[in-house]
Design a binder for this molecule. Structure first.
Ligand SMILES: NC(=O)c1ccc[n+]([C@@H]2O[C@H](COP(=O)([O-])OP(=O)(O)OC[C@H]3O[C@@H](n4cnc5c(N)ncnc54)[C@H](OP(=O)(O)O)[C@@H]3O)[C@@H](O)[C@H]2O)c1
Length: 261
């Protein structure tokens, strides 16, 4: 009976035999997801600019017996995403799962936003996820299986102070996710996003370094605390696995009820 149950759960949630590409994996949410997908059985390819962080991550994942490769790349410096996709696909084969986790938040007030800051934010947070997906989706479609997971935000739904460029990019990510779903889901390639609440990473240091702001956001949730990395695990495995085959074009808030309250 136990083996029947285990097989049932494995068929739904195991990522064995799949390869996941995670951008922005040198820190924060991307790094955590690399560990999660490896534990769920996937081979992983991690990408960001900081080589030492990636090498350390790869080493720690390899110790779990997973095939892992890292690619040092500045996503803002690329024009030819097809060439990048070919480079990414060489060592472990083309990814079945793409997580677009690279992102920045420059926290500039509307009156202070520079053209450079605006364009970098929109390009990395919104345009790059599309270019990456456009380069990788055709092979997923040919295989009849693909999972594209974007990282949206509370700011996909509501404004926060000093968030005009970031919020515009994340509002775009929500619609991009729906449009990607429309484009590729009929070929078995689903596209969804998670919208995390506040999780402690380099990007949110300004929140977690200030106890008042930290508490303010914790109290704004229904659960009464901010996110801990493991709170993401179930949703991101679900969205990468067979279990979510009929779920596409959705933005799933993993926010302790912040948006619900
Ligand atoms: N933390 C939260 O509470 C929260 C909430 C909602 C949404 N998010 C979203 O979650 C995603 C991950 O954020 P995080 O909180 O984990 O932040 P983080 O720790 O600062 O991670 C950002 C990642 O993006 C990479 N990156 C930045 N610029 C890049 C570039 N030009 N080329 C390639 N990679 C680049 C960084 O690596 P390198 O510096 O090594 O390149 C890093 O690995 C972002 O999209 C963010 O908007 C986070």
């Amino acid at each position: 009976m136990d083996s029947i149950r285990n097989n049932y759960l494995n068929n739904l949630f195991s990522l064995a035999g799949k390869t996941a590409l995670i951008t922005g994996a040198s820190s924060g949410i991307g790094r955590h997801l690399a560990h999660v997908y490896a534990k769920a059985g996937a081979n992983v390819i991690v990408l960001a600019r900081r080589e030492q962080n990636l090498a350390e991550l790869a080493e720690s994942i390899k110790n779990d017996g997973t095939a892992v490769e890292y690619i040092t790349a500045d996503l803002l410096a690329y024009d030819d995403f097809k060439a990048l996709a070919d480079q990414i696909s060489k060592p472990l084969g083309p990814p079945d799962i793409l997580v677009n986790a690279a992102g920045i938040n420059l926290r500039q007030a509307a009156d202070d936003v520079t053209q450079e800051g605006w364009e970098k934010t929109l390009r990395l947070n919104l345009s790059v996820p599309f270019y990456m997906a456009q380069a990788l989706a055709p092979v997923m479609c040919d295989k009849g299986y693909g999972r594209i997971i974007n990282i949206a935000s509370l700011q996909s739904f509501r404004a926060f102070e000093n968030g005009i460029a970031y919020g515009a990019s994340k509002g775009g990510v929500a619609q991009l996710t729906r449009a990607m779903a429309q484009a590729w889901s009929s070929h078995g390639v689903t596209c969804n996003a998670i919208a995390p609440g506040f999780f402690p990473t380099e990007l949110t240091a300004a929140v977690f370094d200030n106890e008042h702001v930290n508490q303010h956001h914790a109290q704004a949730t229904a659960i009464g605390r901010n996110g801990q990395m493991h709170d993401l695990d179930g949703t991101v495995v679900f969205l990468a696995a067979h279990a979510s085959a009929y779920v596409t074009g959705q933005i799933i808030a993993v926010d302790g009820g912040y948006l619900a309250k």
